[in-house]
Design a protein around this ligand. Structure first.
Ligand code: ADP
Ligand code: SR1
Ligand code: MG
Ligand code: MG
Length: 422
């Protein structure tokens, strides 16, 4: 049978585990040809262990992801609840159902005792989007797919679609993921603005920049607003960690993985994570210029993807709202918001607030990746420290402006121009 107690797996014990789980061993046709089964640990994220399990004789694979009770990239000294696997599997199922399986890997099996999820293997040529951005690869459907994923998962889990009774039931369930929220509160909204043993940056070049950040009163004032929104606003079921390493892509497929930070929070935290990480990718491009590629047209493609993502998101979200305006959603009762003029006014206000939230959260997430505990490969792969620091400083300075002045921006084209002119 399945393991009765929690036990960290390794490449050797994964097959033993699968043997005790009929749903998985039959999927793998395990039994007849054990010598054809291979297991490879491929986790390159910060937190967990990921195994690709393959039956090479039939050419079939799936993935096993296990959470251990600590942060992988730091070690056992930084404990983190393994209950995160439960919220990840619940979010994967919910986001999978909402997007009709188009943009989320299917969950095959969840084991609470083992904090383990078995899911679809996103086969090659799927790669992590961040790696594609570093390599300078264009993805023509990325903006469309991410706008679809975000518009659908955010709209259908909000009060624009649900009754408050229904909504509160879901909010209550995901309130259990509080430890993961507290982790984000620390590493995104607190540590970058104080001295912390975990912070680091490209030293000595950014020493002064990091210190200036810790004394920037106006910035801290704005960060406090964002932190309270993150902690208090149960607007929709958000992914909670929607950076460019949580997206796997091919030329025509876009798959969102790793929602272990999912909870009911502000929609702008997801939109901002995605856009903010694209802006980081943009500012890192100068560090990846070589004799073959000046990256000029690639930078333009990133900017177009930023613009398209927001515009497509906006249109899809409003279309869903219009389609369901007479449904169960209790935010704007159709008996009260009963004329097209008023409908337009509330939509305009809602989307403007969401735009400004997205800019603020996106900027905060850029800052934490430059002076906080966890950095991004976009910059880390620039080996020349002077070049890397110059790219990081531009990104940091842009993020500070964006965070402070976000409410002055009226549309995404103004953001794109501001990036170009920076
Ligand atoms: P973490 O929570 O540690 O960041 P991720 O869920 O992001 O873990 O997975 C880590 C890595 O494992 C990904 O970067 C990707 O390379 C690989 N991976 C995860 N899930 C899948 C999947 N379903 N199919 C293929 N590869 C995957
Ligand atoms: C120690 S911080 C690790 C980070 O990796 C995850 O993907 C989250 O972004 C988290 O903040
Ligand atoms: Mg990850
Ligand atoms: Mg993760």
């Amino acid at each position: 049978g399945a393991f009765l107690e929690f036990r960290p797996l390794d490449e050797g014990s994964v097959i033993e585990y699968i043997k005790g789980v009929p749903a998985l061993s039959s999927k793998l046709a395990l039994g007849k040809n054990e010598e054809d089964i291979t297991v490879k640990e491929v986790g390159d994220g910060n937190l967990n262990f990921v195994y690709i399990v393959s039956n090479n004789s039939v050419g079939y694979s799936f993935v096993i992801k296990q959470a251990l009770p600590y942060i992988r990239c730091i070690g056992e000294s930084w404990a983190l609840t393994k209950e995160r696997a439960y919220y990840e599997s619940e979010a994967l199922k919910e986001q999978g159902a909402i997007t009709k399986g188009q943009h989320v890997p299917q969950v095959y099996h969840y084991d609470h005792t083992m904090s383990l999820i078995a899911m679809r293997y996103l086969e090659p040529p799927h790669i992590i989007l961040r790696k594609g951005l570093i390599a300078g690869i264009e993805y023509p459907l990325l903006a469309h797919h991410m706008a679809h994923f975000m518009a659908h998962t955010l709209f259908f889990t909000s009060l624009l679609f649900r009754s408050t009774t229904h909504h509160k039931r879901h909010v209550a369930k995901f309130c259990g993921n509080a430890a993961m929220c507290r982790h984000t509160e620390q590493v995104v909204f607190s540590d970058p603005y104080q001295i912390s043993q975990y912070n680091h940056w490209t030293s000595p070049y950014l020493d002064h920049d990091a210190e200036v950040l810790r004394h920037d009163n106006l910035l801290k004032l704005e960060v406090a607003d964002l932190k309270s929104k993150f902690c208090e606003r149960a607007q929709a079921l958000i992914h909670g960690d929607l950076h460019t390493s949580s997206v796997m892509v091919t030329h025509d497929s876009t798959q969102v993985i790793d929602p272990e930070f999912a909870f009911y929070g502000p929609m702008g935290f997801d939109i901002g994570a995605f856009l903010g990480n694209l802006i980081l990718a943009y500012f890192s491009q100068d560090g990846h210029v070589d004799q073959l590629n000046d990256r000029k047209s690639y930078k333009e493609w990133i900017l177009k993807t930023i613009e398209d993502t927001w515009n497509l998101f906006y249109n899809k979200f409003i279309a869903l709202w219009d389609e369901h305006k007479d449904g169960a959603g209790e935010a704007y009762l159709s008996a009260i918001y009963d004329n097209p003029e008023l409908q337009l006014l509330v939509q305009k206000r809602y989307m403007t607030d969401l735009f400004h939230d997205s800019l603020g959260f996106g900027a905060a997430k850029m800052i934490r990746r430059i002076v906080g505990v966890a950095h991004v490969e976009d910059f880390e792969s620039i080996t020349d420290a002077v070049k890397r620091a110059n790219c990081e400083r531009r990104a940091l300075d842009f993020a500070k402006t964006l965070l402070k002045d976000r409410k002055k921006f009226e549309g995404i084209t103004e953001i794109v121009s501001a990036i170009q002119e920076f």
